[in-house]
Design a protein around this ligand. Structure first.
Ligand SMILES: Cc1cc2nc3c(=O)[nH]c(=O)nc-3n(C[C@H](O)[C@H](O)[C@H](O)COP(=O)(O)OP(=O)(O)OC[C@H]3O[C@@H](n4cnc5c(N)ncnc54)[C@H](O)[C@@H]3O)c2cc1C
Length: 503
């Protein structure tokens, strides 16, 4: 079994020494094996996903010669698979399409900071919120047409006054998918400015000089390891540890749970390579632990325009434990923790009465199909359902009585849920929760200039990171849709600009 300690010791064989060196004034790994460079560019970008192409466009637009190295055969990474929706406050589009006329980056940052539970870097969060509206205009200039703006579901302890409709959707994006539209818009513009992209090119390691400054990369192309020099800087844009079971086990317990018991929808090539390579050069890590999880079966709490259907979530004891209409990754963190604490599954419980509601995720026909496939359990009585679920019948019956009593009075006295408050009657159903994962949160530590920071708190010269390769700008759970995409545009652009300027 690989522990967090073993991983940090092994994958970053240099890190322990680097920390010791850090105490003496330098924390980057001094030097690399001898590498001869076959080519040179000003800026090399590791990964041609969303962050990578945003960085490429900004770097090329600022006069740098740019090479993007992409491990897969196509550009886009997980960004391709996304809906491309992105959060920003105070934009003209928000003013035009919503009732929120006085929203501001300050309010936006205050929400993200509260959701960050003290585990985010305040400077990064404020910088991102301040930059977000400008990115919407920038992307409009690249041809994206923003057509709607909506909000995300509440977070129980966050001041309601901080919420607003901020999730910007462009034509072809959102529920229609369409992340590739965003990638292609940025990539096309970057190529027009002279950036180059090479596919099937897996970057293996960073090359540093004796002083620890990054000089270039080693990449595998056509079965050969090749050194390429970066005159000004290398940008790590290789995504998170999404598909790396070993790194997840060592660094992110919920991601590990997702990879071993759920469904991860990220691309197979996002295996934390950028994080590992930075660690090898003494980088610090930040913000690891959270995930972007949701209920892929029902989409519960992913969108404040869709009321949650009458149902409640119970633990292995048959008791409720979370506000079910709180934003999805918030309630999924609670699901993860309950499953860990009680060593058993959690369930979504509902009734025939719930299925009859308009917009319910199940119809009588699909419910019958799922019962036959054993995805749903069904029983005439709540005690019979408890037996099938293997939970305490008295507890489950009491949970149902409390639910029905509360919703008849119009108030969820236990968790202050506000949507889907209708009585539930049988026959009854239970769906065993399965995490659908859209990525792991956390990565290398960066400052507001997207420079990678070492364990001694200093920038590693000529090394930058952005998107989900970097940590500290999203908290211990994903606060709501559109945070990741705006973040990858922001940190990608910053990294590209600063690498091109050599600062
Ligand atoms: C189905 C789905 C829907 C989503 N919808 C949204 C949404 O609408 N809004 C939102 O904000 N977020 C959404 N997300 C989350 C968001 O898409 C991701 O967090 C984000 O796209 C990650 O961007 P990135 O640039 O950090 O990584 P990626 O876009 O994954 O780019 C990383 C790239 O690096 C490459 N790479 C990896 N290792 C190497 C290496 N060694 N050498 C060279 N290249 C390498 C990979 O192949 C990949 O192309 C969604 C996620 C999923 C799965």
């Amino acid at each position: 079994m690989v522990t967090r300690k073993d991983f940090l010791k092994g994958a970053a064989a240099s890190a322990a020494g680097a920390v010791a060196l850090g105490m003496l004034g330098s924390c980057a790994k001094p030097g690399s094996k001898k590498v001869s460079f076959s080519r040179k560019y000003d800026v090399i970008i590791v990964g041609g996903g969303g962050t990578g192409v945003a960085a490429a466009l900004e770097a090329a637009g600022n006069g740098a010669s740019v090479l993007v190295l992409e491990k897969a055969g196509i550009p886009g990474g997980t960004t391709n698979l996304s809906g491309g929706v992105m959060q920003a406050s105070g934009t003209e589009i928000q003013k035009k399409l919503t009732k929120f006329q006085d929203d501001s980056p300050e309010k936006h940052a205050a929400l993200w900071l509260a959701a960050g539970e003290g585990l985010v870097d305040e400077a990064l969060v404020k910088d991102l919120a301040a930059g977000a509206p400008g990115h919407i205009s920038w992307l409009s200039g690249l041809g994206l047409k923003f057509t709607s703006v909506y909000g995300h579901c509440p977070i129980p302890y966050v001041d309601k006054g901080l919420f607003a409709d901020r999730i910007h959707v462009y034509e072809g994006g959102g529920a229609a998918g369409g992340g590739a539209i965003l990638v292609q818009a940025m990539l096309k513009a970057a190529l027009a400015k002279g950036a180059k992209i090479e596919y099937d090119s897996e970057v293996l390691e960073l090359v540093t000089d004796e002083a620890g400054a990054v000089q270039g990369v080693v990449v595998r192309q056509k079965g050969k390891e090749v050194g390429i020099k970066a005159n000004k800087g290398v940008i790590l844009a290789a995504g998170g540890i999404d598909k790396n079971v070993e790194m997840a086990k060592a660094l992110n317990a919920q991601q590990h749970w997702d990879l071993t018991s759920g469904i991860c929808l990220c691309v197979a090539t996002d295996t934390g390579d950028g994080i590992r390579m930075a660690l090898e050069k003494g980088a610090a890590l930040e913000g690891l632990g959270g995930t972007i999880d949701f209920c892929g079966k029902t989409g519960a709490a992913t969108d404040n325009r869709v009321p949650l259907f009458p149902s409640f979530i119970v633990n292995a004891k048959g008791r409720r434990f979370v506000c079910e209409d709180a934003t999805y990754a918030y309630h999924y963190r609670a699901i993860f923790q309950q499953e860990r604490q009680l060593g058993g599954p959690t369930w979504m419980v509902f009734g025939q009465s719930s299925i009859a509601k308009v917009g319910a995720p199940w119809t009588p026909e699909t419910a019958a199909k799922d019962v036959a496939a054993k995805t749903l359990l069904k029983a005439d009585s709540i005690e019979g359902l408890a037996k099938l679920m293997g939970v305490d019948a008295g507890n489950l019956a009491a949970t149902l009585i409390t639910w029905n009593t509360d919703v008849r009075s119009g108030k969820d006295r236990q968790y202050d849920r506000t949507t889907g408050l209708s009585p539930i009657s049988g026959p009854f159903y239970a769906y065993k929760n399965v995490p659908f994962n859209l990525g792991a949160i956390g990565g290398v530590k960066i400052d507001v200039e997207a420079r990678v920071i070492n364990a001694a708190g200093r920038p590693i010269p000529h090394l930058y990171a952005g998107g989900l390769n970097a940590g500290g700008w999203i908290g211990p759970y994903y606060p709501g849709s559109g945070t990741a995409i705006i973040g990858l545009v922001h940190w990608g652009r910053k990294a590209g600009l600063n690498a091109a300027k050599g600062r």
